[in-house]
Ligand binder design. Structure first.
Ligand code: AMP
Length: 520
């Protein structure tokens, strides 16, 4: 089935219900379906063909919906790109995907060789003009083979150039069914808030939400202002937040109010600090469901149910989604028993077709019918405990040290707001553990090292801690560990060394070589 047909069916069942609104635009299901169909037909009349890649370089706005669903219904391939990316990063994705056109807010913008479809104005070649020249009445959704490409999902690129995960109609159908089964049972009565980028998780969750006839409220723009988000939730009586990154939850906690209409908040995409999760539950109630997933297997590989947000399970990413197999393998690809640490592998209808134009990366990721995620973890009581990205494992004196475990130990200290742990070359141990910390009150590096020693093995504690004003994050709010390592890892102490961190004191305020490693 063509996943664009989710909308076609919902429009038949709920024509007068509001499908999407926000930023002054309101479309009922009948209107959204007609606009999406007219856009697809208008593109066909301009010579665009099935399988053509069309990029969306748009901040969140209500028009995202008719564009995305129009592309799906027409059998085109949507290439959503985060609107916060640098023009050079956009140019790379346009070039790499071979996009024939890019939908933008307002021209000028992306490179001239790609046709631009502007949403923010009327005129030849604009979104409005394409819709006006398309015929919604005679339109039928393109027949889609389950393996036809529907969405090129560019990964967030925390480990290098972004790669285009090829998602088929089958993948998106599986993702949608899974969202309804495991993450949130969207209903027509729901008001679903989209505040994270629609190019990523929030856009993927638009599929189940639209399939079920819910109302989608879009916070326009690219910025996340906690007070505005909370006010929107109250005003619009939001019941479900489609997707939040953990950093967004962190920022919501700074506000004093807690809305009462919410029944479900879906979050994930990056490690969640258990103490932050607990604080969020205390504020908003037991309404959080965490997803662990990646663009290569959207949106979920494992999920942590609201009921399991407690005790030890809070540090896990929960159980495998209903319709996938998840297992751990060692470096040779051999399956490991429960409890053993290895690479997370996934098999099921949700696994991507491969990477666009990248046979080497495809062959590395898809081996023996399994997606090799590059994430390292272990299962305990059926729950997945993620330890790190495979490339981030620190090998010190022959022992594996997982940055996440050290970060969690640091984050348990009341003065630590954010932490990023990384390995750096060490002549004696091969690698040693270093940490960049954002503190919320004055604290000494030595105190944090002693603190870590209380809960993790001594050889895992950071040997060097740098206090920084903030950690570098990508357009999806994920900490870019590679950049932290590059910027802080090899730098020699060049500035004044001091014994304690003062919040907001600037980039680096302390450096310590730490005690020697006789314990290991
Ligand atoms: P992307 O495909 O760009 O969204 O990145 C996916 C990666 O983010 C995964 O391979 C994990 O390394 C990380 N990730 C996603 N969800 C979680 C989670 N719940 N906890 C920890 N890491 C996560």
């Amino acid at each position: 089935m063509n996943v664009g047909t989710f909308l076609t069916k919902a429009a038949r069942a709920h024509p007068a219900r509001i499908a999407v609104d926000g930023g002054g635009t309101t479309l009922t299901y009948a209107e959204l379906d007609a606009q999406a169909a007219a856009f697809a037909d208008g593109l066909r009349r301009r010579g665009y063909r099935r399988g053509d890649r069309i990029a969306l370089f748009l901040p969140n706005r209500a028009e995202y919906f008719p564009i995305l669903f129009g592309l799906l219904k027409g059998g085109f391939v949507a290439v959503p790109v985060n609107a916060k990316l640098h023009p050079a990063e956009l140019a790379y994705i346009l070039d790499h995907s071979g996009a024939r056109a890019v939908v933008v807010d307002e021209p000028p913008g992306p490179p001239a060789q790609v046709a631009r479809i502007a949403v923010g104005r009327t005129g030849p070649g604009s979104f409005a003009e394409i819709v006006a020249t398309g015929d919604a009445h005679g339109f039928a959704d393109a027949e889609a083979d389950p393996d036809d490409l529907a969405w090129l999902f560019y990964t967030s690129g925390t480990t290098g150039r972004p790669k285009g995960a090829m998602l088929s109609h089958r993948n998106l159908c599986a993702s949608t069914m899974n969202a309804l089964a495991d993450m949130c049972d969207f209903q027509p009565e729901d008001v679903v808030l989209h505040v994270a980028p629609l190019s990523h998780g929030s856009g993927l969750y638009a599929l189940p939400s639209i399939a079920r006839g819910a109302r989608n409220h879009v916070c326009p723009g690219t910025s996340f202002v906690p007070a505005d988000v909370l006010a929107t939730i109250e005003r619009e009586q939001v019941t479900v937040i489609a997707f939040l990154a953990p950093t967004m939850i962190h920022r919501l906690l700074d506000a004093k109010t807690a809305p009462s209409t919410l029944r479900r908040i879906i979050y994930g995409g990056a490690p969640m600090d258990p103490s932050l999760a607990q604080a969020a539950i205390d504020r908003f109630g037991p309404i959080f469901v965490q997803l662990y997933g990646q663009g290569e297997a959207p949106m979920t590989i494992t999920y942590l149910r609201p009921q399991d947000h407690r005790g030890k399970a809070l540090s896990s990413t929960g159980i495998a989604r209903t319709d996938v197999e998840v297992r751990m393998v060692d470096e040779t690809g051999m399956p490991l028993p429960e409890g053993a640490e290895g690479e997370v592998c996934v098999r099921g209808d949700v696994v991507m077709l491969g990477y666009w134009n990248d046979t080497a990366a495809t062959a590395a990721a898809l081996r023996g019918g399994w997606l090799h995620t590059g994430d390292v973890g272990r299962f305990e009581n059926g729950r997945l405990y993620l330890l790190s990205r495979r490339n981030d494992v620190i090998i010190s004196g022959g022992s594996n040290i997982y940055p996440r475990e050290v970060e969690e130990a640091l984050l348990r200290h009341p003065a630590v707001r954010e932490a990023c742990v990384f390995g750096e070359p060490d002549p004696h141990w091969g690698e040693s553990v270093a940490a960049a910390v954002v503190s919320s009150s004055a604290v000494e590096a030595g105190e944090l090292m002693a603190w870590c020693r209380e809960s993790i093995a001594s050889f895992k504690k950071p040997k060097r801690i740098e206090f920084v004003a903030e950690l570098p994050k990508n357009a999806y709010g994920k900490v870019v560990r590679r950049q932290v390592r590059d910027e802080l890892g090899s730098r020699q102490p060049s500035r004044q060394e001091c014994g304690s961190a003062v919040p907001g004191a600037g980039e680096c305020s302390t450096r310590s070589s730490g005690p020697s490693r006789k314990e290991s």
